[in-house]
Ligand binder design. Structure first.
Ligand code: THU
Length: 134
């Protein structure tokens, strides 16, 4: 699957967004080495802080279907933004622990603008599980 196709899957995932408060729909699509795709969208709540972001839902969806870190090939994240949608800090932390550090991250918008980055680029000098054992 090409990055454009994966971004299209992320655009489709925006339809599942539950975002009555922000009205900001985020869709995400995670691709595995077997060419399986797991979707996620942001799910909000009247208790605002318990909202879950689209990309984290895509990652958790994949893990809940047995996908392992080493099975992950790429992830796409899309919103209706001027520039390609950039993931929040909490999502960067989750990306950095649950995806291989060199995984390509395709950031997109609805204007076919794409920015290609990696998990490591999005969160250099990350807090890691090994830091807990220091
Ligand atoms: N949101 C995401 O889904 N991903 C991000 O990386 C940034 C923010 C969602 C959370 C909330 O539902 C809405 O966008 C506005 O912040």
């Amino acid at each position: 699957m090409t990055k454009e196709e994966l971004i299209n899957e992320a655009i489709k995932a925006r339809a599942y967004s539950y975002s009555p408060y922000s009205k900001f729909k985020v869709g995400s699509a995670l691709l595995t080495n077997n060419e399986e795709v797991y979707l996620g969208a942001n799910i909000e709540n009247a208790s605002y802080p318990v909202t879950m972001c689209g990309e984290r839902n895509a990652i958790y969806n994949a893990y809940c279907h047995g996908v392992k870190k080493e099975d992950i090939k790429a992830i796409a994240i899309v919103a209706d933004t001027e520039e390609p949608c950039s993931p929040c800090g909490a999502c960067r932390q989750v990306l950095s622990e649950l995806l291989p550090v060199d995984t390509p991250v395709y950031l997109g918008n609805l204007k076919s603008k794409i920015k290609i980055t990696t998990v490591k680029e999005l969160l250099p000098f990350a807090f890691e599980p090994k830091d807990l054992n220091a």
